[in-house]
Design a protein around this ligand. Sequence first.
Ligand code: GDD
Ligand code: MN
Length: 378
Amino acid sequence: MPTYNEAPNVAELVRRVAVAVERLDAVRDAEIIFVDDSTDDTPDVIREVAATSSLPVRLIHRTVHTGGLGGAVIEGMRAAASDSCLVMDGDLQHPPEEIPALVERFGAGDVDVVVASRYAGGGTAHGLADRTRVLVSKVSTAITKSMFPVRLRDITDPMTGFFLISRSAIDLDGLRPRGFKILLEILVRRAYRVAEIPFHFADRHAGESKASVRQGVHFLTQLTALRFGKMSLFAVIGGLGAVANILIVWALTQWGVDYIVAAIIAAEATIIGNFLLIERFVFSDMRGQASGVWSRFAKSFAFNNAEAVIRIPIVALMVESGHISAVVATAITLVVAFVVRFVFHSLVVYAPRKAGPTTPVRATMEKLDEQAMQPGEL
Ligand code: GDD
Ligand code: MN
């Protein structure tokens, strides 16, 4: 159970889960693991409840909230003693009384995952806060399913946070959890044998939802990255840059700035903007192992400026000697430049740092230092 400031829900949740699980013959060694990122007194409440619970309750309190809700779920799965991991929210929107139905379906042994669905026949989503949330949920489910028509063919609710899964069926290291939609992340990575059971998505027992516009943005980047990989995000950001470039040139020339100056300002501004965006959205998972931010910026900035300078004469050469039209030549060089730029960024700008002295300057300094430290012969 992932929790973020769910103090008023913990006792009721554990009580109802314990009642539901006690009725199950198949489950003898169940445990509850809370993976908690709270900033309130939730961890204290969990410890208190654990002391008197009939079910073993374990608490993992994280100070670094890697991957948010999704990261917490993965961490809980790694920590679990059992291979069968049931994931549910900590606010009682997923009724613990449904646990036996999930366990029984899973017990048939013919599937890797049992998904509790709001949208399967008999399920409902009444607990969604308002009309907007209902619409957002329905539309994003439809878009998601259309983007993965094969993988998600038999799944009505890939965005649910209530499911039972065999841990050994998942490649935990291959997952890149970002925010709320961990089941989606799992399901699109490989083909699973999936069964669904309908359930009623209830109202929150207490406290507030942590869903936000920010989570929505996370979801969109997750979707794009899962479907098209890094390269498509890179392309989308590049496309935005081209539009921004045109707008800046237009605005500056309206102001009376000379068009050459305007073009240079627009080019440099979009090169910088592009760097900031790819840092944040495309290569964020590679920043940790790469060289420092200024070094990355210098490489990216140098590449993009060099590219702009080199591409124009190449277009000219193609037009003059290859008898290709200027438009076609421009298009070809832009596509080639895009691919080269992507490859350069993923292999050079965000390359993992090497250990030890790498730069010639540093190597020379160390040699000098070594000499200086030699015992002298006066
Ligand atoms: N550890 C951890 N870290 N837990 C988190 C975090 C986090 O950063 N953010 C949220 N949670 C926990 C909450 O405490 C709650 O137990 C659960 O994740 C779901 O969060 P809610 O705030 O209740 O969000 P929701 O109801 O909008 O979203 C839930 O319902 C969706 C269905 O509409 C999530 O379960 C989604 O996964 C689910 O798809
Ligand atoms: Mn909720």
